[in-house]
Structure formats: C-alpha cells, structure tokens
Design a protein around this ligand. Structure first.
Ligand SMILES: Nc1ncnc2c1ncn2[C@@H]1O[C@H](COP(=O)(O)OP(=O)(O)OP(=O)(O)O)[C@@H](O)[C@H]1O
Length: 365
C-alpha cells in the first residue's frame, strides 16, 4: 500500500457509520480505494442495503475526511451493496464487538418510561421532544416506542423506513440525533394489531434484547396510554426505569393519570415527576388562556409526592412541528413549548442506572 493510500485509510477510520456508530473501516464497509492522477481519489463504500437512506451522509463524511489530506483535490464516493455473506460478516462483527446484543446495554442507560392515564394528552410529543433535547446536550439517546396501538414516534420524527437487520440484530433508525425503535416500523396503518399480554411482553423483550442500541446514556420509552399489560411488562423487564407521568391541567385527566402513578407505586417503580402538557394557551394578542383549566399537574404531583417537572403550553408550533416530523425542539427551538421542554429535560432527576443488560450474580438461598 502506498503512503497516500495508507493516509486515506487512516482518514477513513475517522468516519463512523451513522447507525452502528463504529468506524466504517472496522465494519468492512470500505470496498476499495483508488488513487488517480492530479489528486483524484475514488472510495468505494459497501452498504447494507441498496436503498440505504444514509448514503448522502456517508458520502459527505467520507469526502470531508479525505479531502483534507495533503495533495488530494477531488474525492469520488461510489456505492455498492454488500453481498449476503458480507452482511453476515458485518452482523458477526457487530455482535463480537459488543459481546452479544444484550451486552450493548451494559453501560446501563437511565430509563424513563413516559406514561399517561388516557390517550391524546401529548405523551408521545413530550417523549420525542425530551429525547431531542437530551440528545442536543450531548447525551446518547434512544426512544423505544412501546405504544403498540398508537405508535406515533416514527411520524413525529419524520421516519418512514424500516430498520436494517444485521446478523439477527436490528439497528435502530436514527433521526434528529436520536435512535428509534417502534412497532410502527413493522406494521402498516391498515393492519390492526391484536397483540395481547404474553405477545406484547415478548415483543418488548425483543426490543430490549435484539436491538443493537449501541452505547446509550438515556432510553425513553413511550408507553401506551393507561396502565395496561405493556406498561406492566416493561416495568417488570426494566425494574430501574423511572416513570414520567404526562397529564393535562384538567382535573379529569389528572384523575386518570393518577392510576398510572398508582401502578408505578404498586410495582415499586420510582416516579421521576409529572409533566403538565397543554397548559395555558398564549395568544399572539398577549393574553394567556387556560383552555383546559388549571392546576391539574400540581395537584397530581402533590398527590403522588413527586415534583412537577414543568408545564408545556398549548402551542401551535409544537403541533405543526409534530405534523411535519421535525420535533419542535429541533425545528423551532425558539417556540415557547420548545424552551419549556428543554427545561423539563434538564430537570429530569439523575438516573438510577438501569440494570438492563447487566447479568446479576445469582446466589442459592
Ligand atoms: N402542548 C401542545 N400544544 C399543541 N398541540 C399539542 C401539544 N401537545 C400535543 N399536541 C398535539 O396533540 C395531539 C396528540 O398528541 P400525542 O400524539 O403526543 O398524544 P399521546 O398522548 O401520545 O396520544 P396517544 O397515547 O393516543 O398516542 C397531536 O396532534 C399533538 O401535535
């Protein structure tokens, strides 16, 4: 290998695959490097699927890494698709690298399960925005959309592609700096989900076990509304999760949300706090109107003996951002709801580190 080729390989080692978060050189994704005349270089990248949506990001990252080298004027990036064998090898590498899929959670992320007593109170919107806000502070964040009947996380993040499967493990889809996994990636909207009890439990377990989350600091779980099977399953599978209860200011909503709190208490799970969503509406005329009443969040927090983490105002920008798949914290960071959500993300209590992925020493009694 010439000196020039060696320095190109070193530069390529600084480029990470955006979803596996490992250098493309380590993952066998560099199919070849050709050094031509007059500072022209061509790099061939091997992708897991031909329709890889991240190819433009990879192209830009490779160009940026190689173009800075002395004597290099132009970088061509070509793409090819891995053979089945190459994909299998990549899957093996991913597994070996992290000591098995479950082992990737060994660094014990903080797990926050976002719950609500009833649907439509903005639980998924809050989850998505807390995730983006945390990612923007430099944390490595994942969102598990366990809201199997109303999976809105893919829509809220503007994602309509399925996750890539490698060597028996699925890679989360990355959007707005957050790693996502959702049942919504696997079912079409007109296909009703009739999973109950044990099936839901198994699906959830798979999402925790068979998804290559990589190293995470925080995992947010969007629970289905209510206190049904899946919430209980999750809290059993991840006993160190803390629950964030989302409610509206209405006394009625607060009553239902109280049952979520009671469930957490029954299961011995800590409640991180309460988020009051759809608090008063700030009109452009300057008037603040409590459309859904007032005081629900505080009353619930007091009832549960936890803090009110914050109030998110009713905000057209928040709703519009959700509709176009760009969470408001990312797309309109100056909106009143965005700043409230950032403050709430900053006020989440420090984690009790989750034990998922850690093998516990078993002792005979
Ligand atoms: N603070 C807010 N201001 C304006 N619109 C909001 C606000 N919070 C949520 N919404 C809108 O309310 C609707 C319901 O929100 P979302 O889907 O997050 O609720 P949910 O509690 O997760 O519902 P479900 O559990 O049924 O999925 C969405 O259209 C969302 O954009």
């Amino acid at each position: 290998m010439s000196e020039c080729e060696r320095s190109i390989h070193t530069a390529l080692a600084s480029v990470d695959d955006p979803e596996i978060h490992r250098p493309i050189t380590e993952l066998g994704m560099v199919g070849g490097v050709r050094v031509g005349k007059r500072g022209r270089v061509s790099v061939r990248l091997l992708l897991t699927t031909s329709g890889c949506p991240l190819r433009e990001r990879l192209r830009a990252d490779v160009e940026a890494a190689v173009r800075g080298l002395p004597g290099i004027r132009h970088v061509d990036v070509e793409f090819a698709t891995m053979t089945a064998r190459q994909r299998a090898e990549l899957g093996e590498r991913v597994r070996a690298q992290f000591g098995g899929v479950r082992g990737v959670l060994n660094d014990r992320p903080a797990v926050y399960a976002v719950a609500s007593g009833k649907g439509g109170v903005g639980k998924s919107t809050v989850t998505a925005n807390l995730a983006v806000a945390l990612a923007r502070t430099g944390k490595r964040v994942g969102v598990l959309d366990a809201d199997v009947w109303g999976h809105s996380i893919p829509l809220l993040f503007g994602v309509d592609r399925a996750p890539v499967a490698l060597g028996g493990a699925m890679l989360p889809v990355e959007a707005h700096g957050v790693r996502l996994m959702s049942t919504g990636f696997f079912v079409s909207d007109d296909e009703p989900l009739i999973w109950r009890g044990p099936m839901l439990h198994k699906a959830l377990q798979q999402f925790l076990d068979d998804v290559h989350w990589g190293e995470l600091d925080v995992l947010l779980v969007d629970l289905p509304p209510g206190t049904g099977d899946i919430a209980i399953s999750l809290l059993e599978l991840v006993p160190d999760a803390q629950v964030v209860v989302v409610t509206t200011p209405q006394p009625a909503a607060q009553q239902v949300a109280r049952s979520a709190g009671r469930m957490a208490a029954d299961l011995g799970i800590a409640i991180a706090g309460v988020v009051e969503n759809m608090s008063q509406f700030a009109c452009a005329c300057g008037r603040h109107t409590p459309l859904f009443g007032a005081g629900g969040g505080t009353a619930l927090a007091d009832g549960l003996g936890v803090s009110l983490l914050g109030r998110v105002p009713l905000d057209v920008e928040l709703r519009e951002s959700g509709d176009i798949g760009v969470p408001v914290v990312a797309g309109r960071p100056d909106a009143p709801s965005a700043s409230a959500l950032r403050d709430i993300a900053g006020s989440l209590p420090e984690s009790r580190k989750s034990l998922i992925g850690v093998s516990l020493p078993l002792q005979a009694l």
